[in-house]
Write a protein that binds this ligand. Structure first.
Ligand SMILES: CC(C)(COP(=O)(O)OP(=O)(O)OC[C@H]1O[C@@H](n2cnc3c(N)ncnc32)[C@H](O)[C@@H]1OP(=O)(O)O)[C@@H](O)C(=O)NCCC(=O)NCCS
Length: 138
């Protein structure tokens, strides 16, 4: 991807929040995001000069389960193959770190209109529904 620089494990909380807010509105707190960055297995970020244009990350236990989170391409950079590049980077990480010769769950949660994007890489959905709550920490 001409002119773009891919970085591994350098994504900062401030960059995460900036990019998040280009697509999803009000981002999470800096404190929560810093912790999340520290405890993420693998972070990919893509830069055009000093502007962050895309990111994705993998959380998990490295043994049985890898979970893809926060795949975002800045709106004006979408439809140029950057999303594909992000997923390929994440799957390469799993390939390089998973236990050789085993099958490992790689999971993610997608809104319906993004499912066809993930299907291109071999993801398939099942009948399970995502349950969630915002748990208040006192
Ligand atoms: C989803 C997202 C990451 C895709 O990134 P992108 O850079 O636009 O995607 P790419 O240009 O790399 O597309 C790769 C392929 O997926 C296809 N594709 C991309 N978005 C698609 C969609 N919503 N539905 C169907 N196909 C899609 C492209 O046509 C392309 O197909 P091809 O390789 O056969 O030509 C991007 O739209 C985005 O950041 N959206 C906002 C945040 C978001 O919703 N993230 C996902 C959370 S589940």
């Amino acid at each position: 991807m001409e002119g773009l620089v891919i970085k591994h494990n350098e994504l900062k909380a401030e960059e995460f929040i900036e990019l998040w807010e280009t697509v999803w509105g009000q981002g999470p707190s800096l404190e929560q995001t810093r912790l999340a960055m520290e405890n993420t297995l693998f972070r990919v970020s893509v830069f055009d000069g000093d502007k962050i244009v895309a990111m994705a990350r993998v959380i998990g236990d490295k043994g049985l389960d890898y979970y893809i989170k926060d795949v975002i391409v800045r709106p004006e950079y979408q439809s140029r193959g950057i999303g594909r590049m992000l997923i390929e980077e994440l799957l390469e990480y799993v390939q390089d770190n998973g236990v050789s010769g085993t099958d490992i769950f790689v999971e993610l949660c997608a809104v319906p209109d993004k499912i066809p994007f993930y299907e291109k890489f071999g993801f398939d959905f099942n009948e399970a529904k995502r349950l969630k709550m915002f748990y208040h920490v006192k």
